[in-house]
Design a binder for this molecule. Structure first.
Ligand code: ADP
Ligand code: MG
Length: 239
């Protein structure tokens, strides 16, 4: 390989070209250049998707095809809209409500995966408990702004498992700040096993609860997961 070409490619940050420029065969100069650009762009997009996937921390999916039988969508929304993340373009929220093992986390992850792979969107998956812990820790260390800035860069925030544990006062307030920050500027998917009427038990304060619900349900779609637990089904199949 030509050292000078490699050096220039390095300075221009053309990493595919730097390593592989000599591998291409072309019918003309123009065709050669075209192929170089195509390969470089392809590699950059691949790297971007990998980085977004790493940052998103989505849970590992089982790979089962998603069963829509017991999923009740709001009027005017279909499976394709959901999977393609049309709601993200409109800065709308999704509320996934249903029992354990009905596919809430799974569907949220599939939507997140599509948003990254098809549209290159920055997203982040947190369980509510892990986000609240992170917020409390950041607050204690004086890093809250840094964490807020990371969240501000997202198109979609997935908050999984609201309702499994009640939040302490400060945790609840910090979570509200995140939800308020996302209001009308980005999308949230929130999964929960509790009806709105019971959210008071999580946030511990009726005024705060009302403020949270208000921000979340304005511009939102409620999706109800009515099935039996797939975990139970899977464990029966496995045993
Ligand atoms: N509707 C579904 N279609 C296909 N698999 C499902 C569905 N719901 C659940 N599963 C399977 O059960 C596992 C547990 O589902 P999960 O999404 O974690 O449930 P939830 O978050 O509602 O408690 C998933 O990883 C998946 O393998
Ligand atoms: Mg879940």
């Amino acid at each position: 390989m030509n050292a000078q070409i490699q050096e220039y490619a390095k300075r221009l940050k053309l990493s595919w070209i730097r390593e592989h420029y000599h591998e291409l065969e072309a019918s003309s100069n123009e065709n050669y250049l075209l192929q170089l650009f195509e390969k470089e762009i392809e590699q950059r997009e691949e790297r971007k998707v990998n980085l977004l996937l790493t940052q998103a921390t989505l849970p590992k999916a089982s790979g089962n095809p998603f069963d829509w039988k017991d999923i009740v969508l709001t009027a005017g929304m279909d499976k394709e809209d959901l999977l393609n993340g049309t709601f993200i373009e409109q800065q709308e929220n999704l509320i996934f409500y249903g029992g354990v093992g009905t596919g809430k986390t799974y569907l949220a992850s599939l939507i997140g995966l599509n948003a990254i792979q098809k549209y290159g969107r920055p997203i982040k998956f947190y369980t509510v408990a892990s986000l609240v812990n992170k917020l409390l820790e950041a607050n204690e260390k004086g890093n809250l702004n840094k964490l807020f800035k990371q969240i501000e860069k997202l198109d979609l925030l997935i908050l999984d498992e609201l309702g499994y544990i009640p939040l302490h006062k400060q945790g609840a307030e910090l979570l509200f700040q995140v939800i308020a920050m996302c209001y009308e500027t980005k999308s949230i998917i929130i999964t929960t096993n509790l009806q709105f009427g019971q959210w008071n038990h999580i946030f511990g304060d009726p005024i705060l609860t009302e403020a949270v619900i208000d921000r979340l349900i304005h511009h939102s779609h409620l999706i109800v997961f009515k099935g039996d637990s797939h975990r139970y089904k899977e464990s029966i199949i496995q045993s």
